[in-house]
Design a protein. Structure first.
Length: 365
């Protein structure tokens, strides 16, 4: 955990940074911008020139003050160092809102110590307010120059709760129909980081979101906890792993909502948990990611070989010999006995390379 003196240093830094970000936006970025799609035909995940400009600015400010710290950003990846401190940046959380002129977008910045989020900033330039924490137990919002302490509505219960949720892209309609108790209570809009911020301010009692990356949630975790909120994944794991997130105003409400989700929705958790874990490892650039990738490559290669052998076994003897010689040994019909049983390593290496490329595309998106 951070010392109280360290909290003072870092909380002061992020408050100054929030003001600088607002000034930077209105002086440099409040104009036309370019938009591109990260997914390129596989969906829509917009990124703008403003995203990149914001992240460059934030990285520069961090490097000036804390040159040895690690930095992880959505747009420019990972700056490694031996420091136990790392900054996680989402330059514009809610890029879709930014693109269409919706004012609910924000800058999210988290300071992590030994992998745990300890300081968070959620800055809303258009709304002229920003949320932050100064310790493990104190969080504030400064709105139009006025400072106010954050505290969740701890008296909330299931019958009177104010719930904000978004399942699009993560739960099918059939899966959503299995949680009518939640669906019929979704009376408040879900607006990315602003929903979490309103939750910390006691304006919402439950926030449920899907598919968060670490830069979507890390900055908000210390703010929510300092405001006495409860935050976890749907499986009640540490929220720093990201993925599907639930925030609740108290423990009893949190258990109730989690029990509804876990008992009524049958998600493919094996696939989902694996993908989220791999995503988390890639975002933090932990050394284990290469080991996991190599294991996946080996497993898929073995499965492919088993499948090929099984397929060959069903063929006629003549067809069997032809496939075996051509697929594994690259022989021609007239090949002699020696060439027929000489392993063609080039063909096998090419196959292995194509498999690794395919798996890498799946893992990295």
């Amino acid at each position: 955990m951070l010392k109280s003196s360290d909290y003072k240093v870092y909380s002061k830094f992020i408050q100054i940074l929030a003001k600088k970000l607002n000034k930077f936006y209105y002086s440099q970025l409040n104009r036309s911008f370019k938009v591109s799609n990260k997914l390129k035909g596989r969906g829509y995940d917009p990124v703008t020139s403003a995203d990149k400009a914001f992240e460059k600015f934030i990285r520069k400010e961090i490097s000036k003050k804390f040159p040895n710290h690690q930095v992880i950003g959505e747009e420019f990846g990972y700056k490694k160092s031996k420091s136990e401190y790392s900054w996680v940046i989402d330059p514009i959380d809610g890029t879709r809102s930014f693109v269409i002129g919706n004012p609910t977008w924000s800058n999210l910045i988290s300071l992590n110590y030994k992998g745990n989020p300890v300081i968070g900033l959620a800055n809303f330039p258009i709304l002229k307010k920003y949320y932050f924490n100064t310790s493990m137990t104190s969080a504030y919002v400064i709105e139009n120059g006025k400072k106010r302490r954050l505290k969740v509505n701890s008296k909330a219960n299931f019958s009177n709760m104010k719930l904000s949720a978004a399942f699009h892209g993560s739960l099918s309609l059939n899966q959503q129909k299995k949680i009518p108790q939640i669906l019929k209570r979704m009376e408040f809009p879900c607006t990315d980081a602003l929903s979490y911020s309103h939750f910390a301010d006691g304006k919402l009692d439950i926030v449920i979101q899907c598919g968060n990356k670490i830069w979507d949630i890390h900055a908000l975790i210390p703010i929510i906890k300092a405001a006495k909120g409860v935050v976890s994944t749907w499986k009640n794991d540490d929220a720093k792993k990201a993925g599907n997130i639930i925030c609740s105003a108290n423990n009893s409400l949190h258990k109730k909502i989690n029990s509804i989700n876990n008992s009524r929705i049958r998600l493919d958790y094996l696939q989902q948990t694996l993908l989220h874990r791999l995503d988390y490892l890639h975002q933090t650039q932990l050394p284990r990611v290469q080991i996991i990738e190599n294991c996946l490559h080996a497993v898929i290669l073995v499965l492919l070989l088993i499948g090929v052998v099984a397929y060959i076994g069903k063929q006629s003897k003549k067809r069997h010999r032809w496939l075996w010689s051509n697929f594994f040994f690259g022989c021609e019909k007239e090949c002699n006995f020696r060439r027929r049983y000489t392993f063609n390593s080039f063909s096998f290496m090419k196959l292995s390379k194509e498999l690794k490329l395919g798996v890498s595309k799946i893992v990295h998106g």
